[in-house]
Structure formats: structure tokens, C-alpha cells
Design a protein around this ligand. Structure first.
Ligand code: TYM
Length: 325
């Protein structure tokens, strides 16, 4: 099992419910690898000393949510140089046309209309394919927005195996029952996202409980007052029901039958999120107090990840038939 997260912006509830929680629950059953993908963050980084700091904080978040450094391999992408090396090889297995059809590139480049749109933002899925294929990954626990990136990784792997012989394992995306697509509380037709224009609809993992409650109480619903799970007709209410379902383990449909008004649904959902995050926030503060220890945990993760990555890269290079150094 492998999955990764970018050190850009603060980790939010969508990241947690869509991905991180599954990483934690999967670590005891699977051989788990989780990367903090700082090289991916470079696609939109233009200032010095930002990424390193964000990488360390994200390391603390990953251990705070419950990844156990003795069980899961948690590493920083740039510490395992094989990612960039296989990334280039992957760029040569994917076409300009395929990359042009990626909805994330279209969205992100449109949002950056007046900004610098790096070539890295365009070739991003090739590096992501390298991240995944380096670890002979079967399962990639992600939110719904990554579906297309996992599909293109499969296409790239199939093409490589066809060209150069059986080399890579074909991965599949794995998504949670509830929480695969957490929506913005103020704009429930858009996903909760680090790149949203304003943060009034975003709930951060490290946000103070009073601020979280305020955001849920102000969540956009609709003008009638029926509590029903229907993503198309009632996106705001359905988002709250789905978040509550992700927190409690019940189904959003069953939860809907218990409410006749929006107010109590908003309060209960806010409280469930605050309770879910409380222990995570406490552990985060402890972990951030010892940065040297955090860095040492990440170095150990990189050493373990590097062993697997080096073997896979060597296999790919051998199968292509690059002249050995
Ligand atoms: P990133 O850093 O944007 O997000 C990390 C994880 O959080 C999930 N997620 C959500 N899930 C539910 N609802 C939401 N609103 C929501 N927003 C984000 C994402 O699906 C993701 O699982 N390209 C990836 C990083 C990456 C990667 C990889 C992932 C690079 N290499 C290899 C898996 C495997 C990204 O930008 O995720």
C-alpha cells in the first residue's frame, strides 16, 4: 500500500477523512509506504524556506494521526532520489495528449491564469506514477479527486510493461465508504481544497474547536428544511451527513432519519469533528516540540523506502536496457 500527500497549505478535514484515516487503519494489514511529496509541491513553490518547514510539519501531522514509525514507512520524497530518476523515465512513457486531458491540470492551470504555470504542473502525473510504481504498489488509498491520477499510472505501467517486459505491478485506487469527497462548507458543490479562494468553508486539522464549531454552524445548506441524503438536490446537507457518517461509522441515509432540522445536524457534525480531532491535535503539539526526533524518524523512513525504490528502479533500467554504469 502506498499513498502520498503534498506539503502545501495546511492539512484539512478532506485530506483526513478521504485519505489519512485509511492510511492509519491499513498500516497493520498492509506493507505501508507514505510519502510527503515535496517535489510535487515545487510545481507551485516560488519562495525559499517554505517547503522544508511545511514538510516537517506534515511529518508531525502524519505521526499525530496515528501512523506508527515502527510499522509504516513514512518518508520525504526528495530524500529518496529514485523518485526523480524514475519520474523522468515515466515522462517518456506518457503522451502530451494524455497529460492534456488531466482534469487537475486543467483546473489548477486555470486557477493560476495570471500566475506562472510550470511545466512541472503539466508533467506532475508522471512523477506521481513513479511514486506509486517504485513500491510495487497494489493499493493506493486516496480521495476521489485522485482517481484519474491512479488510472493514468495504470496506463503508464501497462505501456511500459508492453514495451520493455513485465516490470511494474498495476495499482488500484482504494477509497473510504464515507469521506472520499468532502465538500467545501461554504460552497458544497466544490471539494474542500487547500487552493480554495477563502478558508471559511475549510476545516483544518489543527484548527481550534471554537473556530471549527463556528464553521459548521455557518455551513451553507438550502432554503427548505428537509434533512435528506441527496448529493444532487441537497449538496450542503448531504455533505454534513457524509462528514458525520465518516466520524461515526454510520450511513448518511440512516443519520438523515434522525434529524428534522438543520441546526442540530450542524452542531452534531461540528462536535463529532472536534472530538475526532482532539487527540490528533494534542499529539501534534507534542511531536512538534522535538524536531530533531521528527527528522530522525523521517530519515529512517527514507532509508527503508530507498531500499525498495532502488531495486525497482534498477529493474526498470535493466529492462529498458540502459548501458550499466
Ligand atoms: P493532496 O496532497 O492534494 O491530497 C492528499 C490526499 O487527500 C485527499 N483529499 C481529499 N479527500 C476527500 N475530500 C477532499 N476534499 C479531499 N481533498 C484532498 C486526496 O485525494 C489525497 O489522497 N497528487 C496527490 C499527491 C500524490 C500522491 C502520489 C497520492 C503524489 N504522489 C502517489 C497517491 C500516490 C495530491 O496532490 O494529494
Amino acid at each position: 500500500m502506498l499513498s502520498c500527500i503534498q506539503p502545501t497549505g495546511e492539512v484539512h478535514l478532506g485530506n483526513y477523512l478521504g485519505a489519512l484515516r485509511n492510511w492509519v487503519s491499513g498500516q497493520h494489514e498492509k506493507d505501508a509506504f507514505h510519502g510527503i511529496v515535496d517535489l510535487h509541491a515545487l510545481t507551485i513553490t516560488e519562495a525559499p524556506d517554505v517547503v522544508g518547514q511545511a514538510t516537517l510539519q506534515l511529518g508531525a501531522v502524519l505521526f499525530a494521526v496515528g501512523l506508527d514509525p515502527d510499522v509504516a514507512t513514512v518518508f520525504v520524497q526528495s530524500h529518496v532520489t529514485e523518485h526523480s530518476q524514475l519520474g523522468w523515465i515515466m515522462e517518456c512513457q506518457v503522451s502530451f495528449g494524455e497529460l492534456s486531458r488531466m482534469t487537475q491540470f486543467k483546473d489548477k492551470s486555470a486557477k493560476r491564469e495570471h500566475d506562472f504555470v510550470s511545466a512541472g504542473l503539466f508533467t506532475y502525473p508522471a512523477l506521481q506514477a513513479a511514486d506509486i510504481l517504485l513500491y510495487d504498489t497494489d493499493e493506493v488509498p486516496v480521495g476521489d479527486d485522485q482517481r484519474q491520477h491512479i488510472e493514468i499510472t495504470r496506463d503508464i505501467a501497462i505501456r511500459f510493461n508492453h514495451r520493455f517486459g513485465d516490470t511494474f505491478v498495476l495499482p488500484k485506487a482504494v477509497m473510504p465508504k464515507a469521506g472520499a469527497r468532502v465538500m467545501d462548507l461554504q460552497d458544497p458543490t466544490s471539494k474542500m481544497s487547500k487552493s480554495a479562494g477563502s478558508d471559511t468553508g475549510l476545516v483544518y486539522l489543527m484548527e481550534d474547536p471554537a473556530a471549527i464549531m463556528k464553521k459548521f454552524k455557518r455551513a451553507v445548506t438550502d432554503s427548505d428544511s428537509e434533512v435528506r441524503f441527496d448529493r444532487e438536490a441537497k449538496p450542503g446537507v448531504s455533505n454534513l451527513l457524509e462528514i458525520l457518517a465518516a466520524c461515526t461509522g454510520e450511513s448518511p441515509e440512516a443519520l438523515a432519519t434522525r434529524y428534522t432540522q438543520y441546526g442540530p445536524l450542524k452542531t452534531d457534525t461540528g462536535e463529532a469533528v472536534v472530538e475526532l480531532l482532539r487527540p490528533v491535535q494534542a499529539r501534534y503539539t507534542e511531536l512538534m516540540a522535538d524536531r530533531a526526533e521528527l527528522q530522525s524518524l523521517l530519515r529512517k523512513g527514507a532509508a527503508k523506502a530507498g531500499e525498495v525504490a532502488a531495486a525497482t528502479l534498477a529493474r526498470a533500467q535493466r529492462n529498458i536496457g540502459l548501458l550499466p554504469a
